[in-house]
Design a protein around this ligand. Structure first.
Ligand SMILES: [Mg+2]
Length: 419
C-alpha cells in the first residue's frame, strides 16, 4: 500500500491570503464568531507567539503593534475553498479520502514513479489552481503518511517521502511519540513512563505485548509505524464546513436558563445533522447578543470550546456549549439572539479508527447506540420528542412567530389536544 496525506498549511489563514497576495509573509489570524478569539494563525502569527484560542480583546493592541492582519471567520469561504482543493487533489490520483476540511489521503497504491517531483507537482497544482499552499507526506501507511506530512512542515519543505527504511528510522527517531496520529497527551504520558519517547521507540515494541497492555488500536499504531497497513479504507462523506444553528428570540430574554434552553436546542439539532453526515466536531462556538436595533445596553460575546476528542454526542456537545455560555453570559442584558456553530468537522469513521488510550471502546459504543436511538425516536415521533433536560429549562425564547397559526399537522407540540 502507499498513501499520501495532503494537508493545507494554516488553512483558514491561507484562504484569507489567497485573495490578498499583499498579505503574504505577514502574520494573519482568523477570529471565531463575533470576533471572540483566535481560531487560526498563519505560520508568521504562530512565530509571534499568538496562542490558539487567545481572546482577541487581550491581544488587540499587540496585533496592531505587529501589523497582524485580523479576519472574522468566513466559513462559507473556507468550505468553498476546501471543495476546490479536494477537487484539484482528485484530479491528480484515482482515489482520495477526504479526512477533514483541509486534509485528504490520496491512495497511491500501485502507482509507479512516486517521486519527490511527483509529490511537488501536486503541491504546485493545488497552489496554482486554488492559491492554497499544502504539504504532502508519502508513506506505506496512513499513520506514516501523517508523520511524513508533519516532518515536511517542520522542515519547511513542500513534501516528505518515507519510502526507504533508513529514512523511516531516521524520521521516527526524531518524532515525539505524542505527535503520532491517535496517541495524544494521556497515552503519551503512559508510554513515556514505559521509556517510550519517540515514534521509533513505539515502533520497536512487540505488537502483541502492546495489545495485551492496551488495546488492538495501539497494536495497530505499532504495526502502522512499521509499514503494515491496519486501518481499513475510510471513505468519508463530503465534509460540510461547519454546522450553524441560531435564532432570534420573539422577545428579548434576560435569564440564563432561557439561553441555556435555546443553546441546548440548537446543539441538539446541529448534532443530529452532524451524525446524519457521519461527522464529528472538534469544537463548538457559542454566541449571544443583544439587538443592535433596540435602544438597550449592548452586549455581544462568543467563545470557542474545544472538545477533549472529536465527537457527535449530543450530551457532550451540549455540556461544552453550556460551559461556553456560562463563560460569556452577563446578567441584566436583553438578549435577542443566540447561536452555536459546530466547527472543525471531520469524518467519524476515520476518528473511530483512532481512539485514544483513555477512550473506553465499550462506553463509546454504548453512547453511539444511545445517539442512534435518540435519532430514531425523533425521526419516528417528530423532532424533539426526546431531548436533553436543559432544553426544557425555560423555552420562552421559542415564541418568535407569535402571529402564525399552530403547525397542527407537522409538529407534535402543536397537535390539538382533546380534553
Ligand atoms: Mg492543516
Amino acid at each position: 500500500m502507499l498513501f499520501a496525506l495532503a494537508d493545507c498549511n494554516s488553512f483558514y489563514a491561507s484562504c484569507e491570503t489567497a485573495f490578498k497576495p499583499f498579505l503574504r509573509g505577514r502574520p494573519v489570524i482568523v477570529l471565531s464568531n463575533n470576533d471572540g478569539c483566535v481560531v487560526a494563525r498563519s505560520r508568521e502569527a504562530k512565530q509571534l507567539g499568538i496562542a490558539m484560542g487567545a481572546p482577541f480583546f487581550q491581544i488587540r493592541e499587540f496585533c496592531r503593534a505587529n501589523r497582524v492582519a485580523v479576519f472574522s471567520s468566513n466559513y462559507a469561504l473556507y468550505g468553498d475553498m476546501s471543495q476546490r482543493v479536494m477537487q484539484t487533489l482528485a484530479s491528480t490520483v484515482p482515489e482520495i479520502e477526504q479526512y477533514s476540511i483541509d486534509e485528504a489521503f490520496l491512495n497511491l497504491t500501485g502507482m509507479r514513479n512516486v517521486t519527490t517531483a511527483f509529490a511537488e507537482s501536486i503541491v504546485d497544482r493545488v497552489k496554482l489552481w486554488t492559491g492554497i499552499p499544502i504539504s504532502i507526506g508519502i508513506a506505506p501507511t496512513r499513520t506514516l503518511a501523517k508523520v511524513a506530512n508533519r516532518q515536511a512542515k517542520m522542515d519547511g519543505m513542500k513534501t516528505c517521502l518515507l519510502l526507504d527504511e533508513s529514512k523511516r528510522i531516521d524520521v521516527l527517531k526524531r518524532f515525539p511519540v505524542e505527535e503520532v496520529w491517535g496517541v495524544g497527551r494521556q497515552l503519551s504520558v503512559k508510554l513515556e513512563r514505559m521509556g517510550i519517547q519517540s515514534a521509533f521507540d513505539l515502533a520497536q515494541q512487540d505488537p502483541v505485548q502492546i495489545r495485551k497492555r492496551f488495546t488492538v488500536i495501539q497494536e495497530a499504531m505499532v504495526r502502522e509505524l512499521n509499514g503494515e497497513t491496519c486501518l481499513g479504507n475510510q471513505q468519508s462523506p463530503p465534509t460540510a464546513k461547519s454546522i450553524q444553528t441560531s435564532r432570534s428570540f420573539g422577545k428579548p430574554r434576560y435569564e440564563f436558563d432561557a439561553l441555556s434552553s435555546a443553546i441546548s436546542t440548537f446543539v441538539s439539532r446541529a448534532a443530529e445533522k452532524l451524525r446524519e453526515q457521519g461527522q464529528v466536531a472538534r469544537a463548538v462556538d457559542v454566541y449571544i447578543r443583544t439587538s443592535p436595533f433596540r435602544p438597550v445596553a449592548q452586549y455581544s460575546a462568543s467563545t470557542v470550546v474545544p472538545l477533549g476528542r472529536p465527537t457527535s454526542d449530543t450530551l457532550l456537545l451540549t455540556q461544552a456549549a453550556l460551559d461556553g455560555l456560562a463563560k460569556i453570559f452577563q446578567p441584566n442584558y436583553a438578549y435577542q439572539k443566540a447561536g452555536i456553530i459546530l466547527i472543525d468537522l471531520s469524518s467519524a469513521a476515520v476518528n473511530r479508527a483512532q481512539l485514544t488510550f483513555f477512550d473506553d471502546p465499550e462506553e463509546l459504543e454504548r453512547r453511539a447506540g444511545l445517539m442512534k436511538t435518540l435519532d430514531r425516536l425523533n425521526e419516528k415521533f417528530g423532532r424533539s420528542s426526546v431531548m436533553t433536560g436543559t432544553q426544557l429549562l425555560d423555552d420562552s425564547w421559542k415564541s418568535v412567530q407569535q402571529n402564525s397559526s399552530p403547525r397542527y399537522t407537522t409538529e407534535w407540540d402543536d397537535l390539538l389536544v382533546a380534553k
